[in-house]
Design a protein around this ligand. Sequence first.
Ligand code: ZN
Length: 277
Amino acid sequence: MNADPLTDFSRLCVHTITTKGWDLEEAVDHYAQAGVSGITVWRQWLEGRDPSKAGKSIRAAGLKVVSLCRGGFYPAVEEKSRLDAIEDNKRAIEDAAALGAPIVVLVCGAVPGQSLVESRMQITDGIAATLPLAESLGIKLAIEPLHPMYADDRSAINSLASANDVCDELNHPLVGIAYDVYHLWWDPDLEAQTRRTAEANRLFSFHVCDWMTPTTDLLNDRGLMGEGCIDLRGIRGMVEDSGFKGMIEVEVFSNRWWEKPPQEFLQAIKQSYLHYT
Ligand code: ZN
């Protein structure tokens, strides 16, 4: 393809949570009008909707369903809660299949006070328990390592190495990694681990945003690409040199941006995608 890089949105995907003020139908309309190519649907956006109908209308608008976000949260002290989590992940896999999303992104979970080693074992077992269903429906499961600041209650998998270790253990072509620059940019081992991820054919998703200095909220103060300190071009180059050709997914949780009209935010996303990503 020789598309003009300054108007090429063929790999731009937006997560529905990024434009939080819009429901699914509004997001689809606005993304399609803006020339965005893909959508990652967060599960809340499917509530009260038939996922298969939702998938059809997304495709009819010309958008590609990139992934369903998110499953995970496997670890729990009580066995009953772990089994409930497995059931919930099975529902996510079924919804992804109905929606036509090839990937379920996994925020794997952690329990304050339970050892990270124990949580990682529960995560591995939880994913393994859903693999037969994922296999029967052909859905990929993408483990998203989260920044270590979330190791208490969001994910016991906090580096690309750790995510790769779980993938090695499960050793299944449908288990791979959602690579999010926000969570991984700081890692001195990033280059070697990116190579390891790519060589194992498990780089399933690529999420972008930026790291604000100072960060004023642990969850909802992400920057738009170019607003912060992440070497986005460098990391994207590394990921693409390793063979990744998938969508570039904009996933920004930002109270600052959410205060503005979503339409203004979407235009800023397009500019920031073209100029800083
Ligand atoms: Zn992400």
